[in-house]
Design a protein around this ligand. Structure first.
Ligand SMILES: [Zn+2]
Ligand SMILES: [Zn+2]
Ligand SMILES: [Zn+2]
Ligand SMILES: [Zn+2]
Length: 742
């Protein structure tokens, strides 16, 4: 085997699974106690050598610092700078800083160059931070004078600093810096300042430090959603985390296990839980766009880890906290290994967390593992991953040296149990992306997604049982979970979450199968116990029409698979299900063709094709069928992208009622739709002279705001900065329209 070919983790799994199945090993494994399973894998020479070999792959060094690569990227950024592509340039210097070895010349140059870009972009705070970072390294480390013109660079940075401070109107600090730069340039490095510069800032010499007129106006930073802001709001409201509403009573029963019951009436929108994760991980595809530690979106400023080059932090505080508590054991060899092993990364974090002396571990150990319900093959694969992580900790980190009280066996066992806990207790962390006007892109009309950016364990929330028709709504603010009542809950009613299979999205049989498979129980929620309601709901979503009179018939898409004919009670005619299937297939194919055109940016042609698929669907499906709504939504998307906003609005308006029926009137889906519609009305349609439309848009704006607030907010902690700002802005614009002020 050539050392240059990297073996994917899945392949290692396959090889070892194959090995296990074709040997007596599997039999021994089955009969070994759960607590001994990882140990058994550790003792097996073949398994161990396979895993060790994989960990030794030189490919993993790609995520370590690399001065040559940093320089390459910096030079590429310099070229972009000449073309004045500042945003791209900024991203590239960040990349250069990521690859630059800690406190090296490369890192000085990456930060100092990035500070120049920040200055151009009027990002003065960010600029100051980068100047500080480069000065710090320049002054405190052994930099060879030949490699960088130290004096020149220092003077250049100090000059830039004054420019920033003046722009921020921080005159007092600027004055101190002015005196400093005069001293440094004249007496330390003997580099004369240009006349132009002296002329511009000489005024600082004359201003009096103690004169009250020169007090620094510290600009109130924009209220951006940060971990600090959340902590401050929690403080003001005297809230200690984890917060749990006193109206939630923790109960226990044989059947339900631990669960929550409303001890008194709870109203729609009431806050029930606000909790920080016991442990969480950011998914690798978001390493460049969110802070690795606090999950704040990284718009401009970010700093790299001291040792690895794949992740970013929003600032020094997060970097230090992460390194001190878990990251120092993750990046000894770079972080690429975690891209390969998925959820097991969180199992490692849990182990690191529970190995801390002061952590409250009971809340984790009490969570169900279902380890005895797992099939032996599954358990074998979990054990292999746990063994891999154990070898990693032992061979690639100083974890065991730093924890002399921990033994290999018990840590391995811990890793395995955490993995099985995660399968049924892991929660997604999603980011709210309300139409983001910062990006200024038109696609904001389309992307209402809440992408999953991380996975976490929330001990209190994990105690909520599942229902396919839950009475709470769960969302995330950064990495915190916020749980609110999604409707009124009466006294004595159980408070339930949905683990995924929701009756509005999945049919009874599929829900039951999915819950059994992942969570090992038979759902007995009120919807599951009432197949008729379930049926009626899906009949409207999957209903068919008569092929001759086009009225609704009782049959649904599901009947097409079980019956040969369907019957229309108005025409007294039986139709072959085959004809329905043919019609549907044709419509599906046409729709897919339309979507390909959309992908290729042929928007108006895509409208034509998708409209044709809509016509074809209408021939066989009833108007409430989800395929019809899907077509209308796609057509609206095409029109928006093509700039035909009136048509776009028309189609959105058409599909709105269906979205309401499908997802419920207080659902986020409805709020996103209203947000989209009002966006178009305010930004793209000329409604100034139509009071009816203005009122309609205002109604949309206010209703969406109400739903967002009821579902997502807590103690004035904003759930999404740009989203809220945008909604408030729309409301203002509309009010001004009403007053005729535009
Ligand atoms: Zn952070
Ligand atoms: Zn690192
Ligand atoms: Zn159910
Ligand atoms: Zn008919």
């Amino acid at each position: 085997m050539s050392i240059n070919t990297f073996i994917r983790w899945e392949n290692v799994m396959d090889i070892l699974t194959h090995y296990g199945e074709n040997n007596s090993f599997m039999e021994t494994f089955k009969h070994t106690a759960n607590n001994e399973k990882v140990n058994l894998c550790m003792q097996n020479k073949f398994i161990r050598s396979c895993l060790e070999k994989w960990l030794d792959d030189p490919k993993f060094n790609d995520s370590l610092k690399n001065a040559t690569k940093s320089k390459e990227i910096r030079l590429a950024a310099n070229e972009e700078f000449k073309m004045n592509r500042l945003e791209l340039c900024c991203k590239l210097y960040t990349k250069a800083a990521q690859f630059a070895p800690y406190k090296s010349i490369e890192s000085i140059l990456a930060f100092s160059n990035r500070s120049a870009i920040y200055l151009r972009l009027n990002k003065y705070q960010e600029c100051l931070k980068d100047i500080e970072a480069s000065l710090n390294i320049l002054e405190n480390s052994e930099i060879n004078e030949q490699d960088v013109h130290k004096g020149q660079l220092i003077v250049k940075l100090l000059k830039r600093k004054i420019e920033c401070l003046m722009a921020l109107k921080q005159f007092k600090i600027a004055k101190t810096n002015w005196e400093n730069i005069l001293e440094v340039s004249k007496n330390v490095y003997k580099i004369p300042l240009e006349d132009q510069f002296i002329k511009k800032y000489k005024v600082l010499s004359d201003c009096d430090k103690n004169n009250s007129n020169n007090v620094d106006i510290v600009k109130n930073a924009d209220e951006t959603l940060t971990e600090d802001l959340i902590k401050e709001r929690l403080n003001t409201n005297k809230i200690n985390l984890p917060f749990r509403s006193p109206k939630m009573e923790l109960c226990y029963s044989e059947v339900k296990g631990r669960h929550f019951v409303a001890s008194t009436k709870i109203e729609y929108g009431e806050l029930l839980i606000f909790e920080n994760p016991f442990a969480s991980v950011l998914l690798p595809e978001y390493y460049n766009s969110f802070c690795y530690h606090c999950y704040v979106p990284l718009k401009y400023y970010s700093i790299p880890c001291n040792n690895c080059c794949t992740i970013l932090f929003c600032g020094d505080k997060c970097l230090q906290e992460a390194r001190n508590s878990y990251h120092r054991w993750e990046c000894k060899q770079g972080t690429s290994i975690f891209k390969c092993i998925g959820i097991a990364h969180l199992a490692l974090r849990l182990t690191l967390e529970t190995s801390k002396a002061n952590s409250n571990n009971d809340q984790i150990y009490n969570l169900l593992t279902h380890i005895d319900d797992l099939k032996s093959l599954e358990l074998f694969q979990y054990s292999l991953t746990a063994t891999l992580l154990l070898i990693y900790l032992q061979k690639k980190t100083d974890f065991f040296e730093k924890h002399p009280n921990l033994v290999l066996d018990s840590v391995g066992n811990e890793l395995l149990h955490h993995m099985t806990r995660l399968v049924c207790n892991g929660n997604a962390i999603s980011s709210h992306m309300l139409s983001d006007y910062d990006s200024g892109s038109r696609t904001s009309i389309i992307d209402e997604s809440r992408p999953r950016i991380g996975t976490a364990i929330f001990p209190t929330s994990s105690l909520l049982n599942h229902s396919c028709n839950p009475n709470i709504f769960s969302s995330n603010i950064l990495k915190y979970v916020v749980i609110k009542a999604s409707r009124d809950i009466s006294k004595g009613e159980e408070i339930t979450n949905c683990y995924g299979p929701n009756f509005r999205r999945m049919r009874l049989a599929d829900r039951q199968a999915s819950l059994k498979n992942q969570y090992h129980f038979d759902c007995k929620c009120c919807i599951c116990l009432d197949p008729q309601t379930d049926d009626i709901f899906f009949k409207t979503l999957e209903g068919l029409v008569c092929l001759s009179c086009h009225n609704e018939i009782p049959a649904t898409l599901l009947d097409l698979d079980v019956n040969d004919t369907v019957y229309c009670g108005l025409c007294y005619v039986r139709f072959r299900t085959l004809d329905y299937k043919r019609g549907l297939l044709k419509a599906d194919k046409t729709y897919n063709k339309g979507m390909i055109q959309l992908e290729a940016s042929n928007f108006l042609y895509a409208v034509q094709v998708i409209s044709e698929s809509l016509r074809l669907y209408t021939l066989v499906l009833n108007p409430k069928n989800s395929n019809i709504a899907k077509c209308e939504d796609s057509i609206a998307k095409c029109y928006a992208l093509a700039g035909y906003f009136e048509n776009c609005y028309m189609y959105l308006d058409r599909s709105f009622k269906k979205i309401e029926d499908r997802f419920g009137e207080n659902s986020l889906e409805v709020a996103y739709e209203l947000d989209k519609m009002s966006d178009i009305m305010v930004n793209n349609l000329d409604i100034r002279n139509d009071r009816n439309l203005i009122h309609k848009a205002l109604k949309h704006v206010r209703r969406s705001m109400e739903i967002f607030d009821a579902n997502l907010s807590a103690w004035d902690i904003p759930y999404s900065e740009s989203g809220i700002a945008n909604i408030k802005h729309k409301e203002n614009v509309l009010l001004q329209f009403l007053e005729g002020r535009f």
